[in-house]
Design a protein around this ligand. Sequence first.
Ligand code: DSN
Length: 415
Amino acid sequence: MTYLQQEDKAVFDIIEKELDRQLHHLEMIASENFTFPAVMEAMGSVFTNKYAEGYPAKRYYGGCEFADQVEQLAIDRLCALFDCKFANVQPHSGSSANAAVYTALLKPYDKILGMDLSNGGHLTHGAKVSFSGQNYESFSYGVDENGLINYDKVAEIAKIVQPKIIVCGASAYSRTIDFKRFREIADSVGAILFADIAHIAGLVVAGEHPSPFPYADVVSSTTHKTLRGPRGGIIMTNNEEIAQKINKSIFPGMQGGPLVHVIAGKAVGFHYNAQPAWKEYAKQVKANIKVLADVLIARGYDIVSGGTDNHLILVSFINKPFSGKDADLALGNAGITVNKNTVPGEHRSPFVTSGIRIGSPALTARGMKEAEFKIIGEKIADVLDDIENTELQKKIAAELKALASNFIMYEKSIY
Ligand code: DSN
């Protein structure tokens, strides 16, 4: 960052502090990751200067020949990764990808059925505070008392609601999603099946979670979670008519110029996702979180659904005297970054909650394995067992900083 350091010390210093925070705390927010330096180089490239409204070979501005090349490369790589026919790599985020899917396939006030936010769904799956619950008539399904999606219950709700779209996929669900069963439910009511795989996409690519294809009609994702690419969104389908509607819905419907520098970063990310090493990474993500779940269960903590099949766990404090917010703060003081999260049977507000969500993708990207996750699990339990002990939190923060310094992945002052 030579230029930035010389020409805007204020911003440079803030970025250095953020780098220090990322490297010396244990990043365990399930939706975050450490992207590859090559992805960051592409995102910091001259493509940030270019307007390219439209799509490859169908642009509204001149000078797009290289923007065309990089966008087409990203599309081709993405289609190869998921073995699908059509992809749009322009959405600025997962939420804008989902908005584009609805805009393409629904009319205002059409019915959508998605997973309830407090049961592990996402805002854009029909929450009333989101456009998805305001522009459409939204209905929800949740998890049962064991923390699992009850597919028979989803089928019952779908039969009553008769939605135009069923959304499957979650932000805080630790078990395998049965896309085939969702397809059957969608078929039973003539609904479109929309899979939002933002959380699990990196596992799907590696064969570590079943693919939504060929079951879903349309699939969205982010690229920065388990896929470990740049911050952004994508949409995929095998249906040409849906693909055309989605392209129109993104541009000119919702977005103007695409972020070509981010699309270049997406292409680089997809290159890494296609390497044999990616499968090892995804396997390790799952192995690491399982170790953490086992340690916490052995230490008497309640994991929603009793375990995990993917990259995250939800720890429930529903029967504890402290809240998710208390745990989030205490673990933060101990150098472990997680997020408070609602859990099934929630009785506290969404700002307080009775749980925390913990994920393994970011620390796995730093090279940590089962041995480190066992240590971290014990430290998390130590903090939670004595949640008001701020001296213990400070001591653990120092120990974990030492652990983290063995897994530095970005050189200081370079990125
Ligand atoms: N913010 C993301 C997550 O944490 O799961 C969802 O958008």
